[in-house]
Design a protein around this ligand. Structure first.
Ligand code: ACO
Length: 403
């Protein structure tokens, strides 16, 4: 056992908060989250209002610059992004180096990082505000192109170049799904659902990936390197990677005869490593408001597309059973943002390993806003302390004398 008092005497007074369960790393004016009440606001605006009335680029502008844009500001922002959607042809050579079955999240982390090589001026820690802005615009512009190309590459299909007469969401879907032999046209309800999903994922204060972006950025690393770290953090199954895990879990339950209770019991069993994916949250101890909106959207999209996905019924049964079970009630475990999103992504035609990439597309403005806020506040380099629990001082023994 560890004598914390003795260790503190050696280290000085250090607060130990494993997993940062109760440690604030920063002040922030971007996102307000009340986990007890299930409230989420971006820059003071309710998530429900933004999801219902705004476009994804309006929300991106709001998060990054602090206010909703007026029509002129939105036009300018949109056209600055739209004319930069093309990526350097050299990117295709990077793709060629990946195996075809490479997970697109790994590919995206590499590609985001590679932008620092294509735009070396982004590395300069003394960049002017105009240059910072250009770095931001380029990232927003090129990210959907890179995401869609990573999917095309994994299929061995030729990539689609951006079509700038389309809006942000339409353009992405065109690059994802059009083929030389097939002109893709997006259904307006599909576009609305996707726009909503992106908005709902756009920021969530100091979550794991955003904290990774801020931590890397605090060394004055470039935005592109910082966002690459965020992508890697998001990929983990306990964070954004959960949306892929949820659908795999729902499929498994379906193939196993749809016995929801059996899986609820497994999730409760402390000797079993199985967890109900898409359930629980570090901050929400009430219904995640994003999950509520996505669940509605899910019903609408599946109805519109005439898709009967048995996993939607399984998800609803799981939710109902869990919310009436003491284990989940006592621990305040509710469906989170990842619980229903995968069912929509699948209905829209996304393969499972693109689900977490869809999360990155939504989260990008949040990462950018948080990075920008941190740099503008001139936050010092992040450098947590530790309490050392290793060996005390030992005499060195030469290799030949070690038994
Ligand atoms: N299934 C079963 N039990 C759970 C689950 C779950 N999904 N989530 C939490 N618990 C239990 C824990 O075992 C623990 O029980 P105990 O008190 O008896 O030990 C208690 O609830 C508290 O859970 P912690 O793991 O301590 O909570 P923490 O805040 O550290 O973790 C997390 C939050 C990672 C989201 C967790 O709930 C989880 O693993 N959920 C499944 C993965 C998931 O859906 N992740 C996506 C989160 S949303 C996002 O990142 C976008």
């Amino acid at each position: 056992s560890v004598d914390i008092t003795k260790l503190r005497a050696q280290t000085g007074l250090v607060t130990l908060d494993s997993g940062f369960k109760n440690t604030g790393a920063t002040t922030s004016g971007i996102t307000f989250l009340n986990g007890e009440a299930g409230v989420l606001r971006y820059r003071g605006y309710a998530i429900e209002d933004l999801a219902e009335h705004a476009s994804f680029l309006e929300v991106a502008y709001l998060l990054i610059y602090g206010n909703l844009p007026n029509p002129e500001e939105l036009n300018h922002f949109t056209s600055e992004i739209t004319r930069r959607t093309l990526v350097n042809e050299g990117v295709k050579k990077i793709f060629a180096g990946f195996p075809v079955n490479a997970h697109p999240m790994g590919v995206m982390a590499s590609l985001a990082s590679s932008l620092a090589s294509f735009y070396p001026e982004s590395i300069d820690p003394h960049r002017t505000p105009d240059l910072v802005n250009l770095t931001i615009i380029r990232l927003l512009a090129k990210f959907p192109t890179l995401a869609a190309w990573s999917y095309k590459n994994s299929n061995g299909h030729p990539v689609n170049y951006p079509r700038n007469k389309l809006n942000y969401v339409q353009n992405f879907m065109q690059m994802m799904f059009a083929l030389p032999t097939y002109e893709y046209e997006i259904d307006p309800d599909v576009e609305e659902a996707l726009n909503k999903l992106l908005i709902l994922h756009a920021d969530h204060e100091q979550n794991c990936s955003t904290s990774a972006v801020r931590l890397v950025g605090s060394s004055q690393a470039s935005l592109y390197s910082s966002v690459s770290a965020g992508i890697s953090a998001l990929w983990g199954p306990l964070h954004g990677g959960a949306n892929q895990q949820v659908i795999e879990m729902l499929d498994k339950i379906h193939q196993d005869g749809g016995d929801v209770k059996k899986y609820i019991e497994k999730a409760k069993d402390k000797n079993d490593t199985f967890r109900l994916m898409g359930f629980g949250h570090r901050v929400y101890k009430n219904f995640d408001p994003r999950a509520r909106i996505i669940k509605k959207s899910c019903d609408k999209v599946l109805n519109k597309l005439g898709i009967k996905d048995p996993t939607l019924e399984i998800a609803k049964k799981l939710e109902e059973t869990a919310l009436n079970d003491d284990y989940f009630v006592e621990r305040k475990l509710y469906p989170n943002v990842d619980f229903y999103s995968g069912i929509i992504y699948r209905a829209l035609g996304f393969p499972i390993d693109m689900f977490t990439v869809m999360f990155t597309l939504g989260r990008l403005p949040g990462w950018i806003a948080q990075w920008k806020e941190m740099r503008e506040a001139q936050q010092p380099i992040s450098r947590p302390r530790q309490i050392y629990t290793g060996s005390t001082a030992r005499d060195f023994v030469k290799l030949e004398d070690r038994g």
